[in-house]
Design a protein around this ligand. Sequence first.
Ligand code: ADP
Length: 333
Amino acid sequence: MTTRDRVVLDVDGLRMRYGTTDVLKDVSFRVHHGEVVCLLGPNGAGKTTTLEILEGFRLRSAGRVEVLGTDPARGDERWRARVGVVLQSWRDHGRWRVRELLAHLGMYYARYSTDRIERPWDPDELIAAVGLAAQADKKIRMLSGGQRRRLDVAIGIVGRPELLFLDEPTAGLDPVARREFHDLVNRLADEQDTTIVLTTHDLYEAQKLADRIMILSGGRIIADGTAQELAERIVGEDEVRWSRDGQDFVRSTGESTKFAFDLFRRYGEEITDLEVRKATLEDTYLSLVRQETGEREPDAESGARPDAEPAAGPGVDPGTEAVSVGEQRGGTR
Ligand code: ADP
């Protein structure tokens, strides 16, 4: 068995009830060593609740949960030292300086060093790893939002955790800070071999960071796979748009490359403005969550889905069953 086969998180039949409401009804999943897994879901789906149960901060109502081989409800200090947590917001210690705080917090982990993992992370190495070298001697209240978030991560990883939880790590960051943060998470996964579980609302972020995406909705994991697998599972087809003789056409197909090739072979230079839109994670996410919550697809009644239209566009080979989109542009997005 390689380390990649090692199960780090094992959740089976997890239930969480607040009052009379079951927020988590039956959540089951596994995460293996070294994986970066993203938990997606609408507001109120129970993502933070799930994370807090796994972190040992919240007691579940029912189900089996093992984190690094231990029930988090009974995790001791040694177990806790192996788990890193970056909460949604954290605003204490404004008067401390960056290096000072990290050195101080790091001392707590020294007794949990093992032959394999030396704890804590050296403060200066850690500061460099999270890109805060220029701010090492600054007071924490003087940091920008992005710097502050990187310090939050530094605090979460100062004990060199084997497993790291990040709850909406980039909320409120500008695009540059967000990009830097993504690089940091990728480095942690690649260079430190850290297993990472994160929540986000940002589908692009999920696609960029995660090896695997789980969608939580209606108290259950309703989808689990790579971004590509999820996109294929639901949408399955790409959308090809093109113009010919001043008319626009659209066609959904599972074989967009072959379709475009056939189109050019048949019409050559008459084809202009060819555009292939791949199925995206956003399509999948919206479709899955709508199915789960019983919300109707916006296109379902109007029949505006291009592949649902029977008529061929004028002058187009009926074999392509392409639809003229003159009246439909924007109607399907
Ligand atoms: P998410 O992180 O997906 O937005 P949360 O886990 O924060 O979802 O919340 C899930 C649901 O549980 C929400 O409806 C929220 O109001 C409710 N909830 C969260 N914490 C508590 C609590 N301590 N007591 C009662 N209800 C709670």
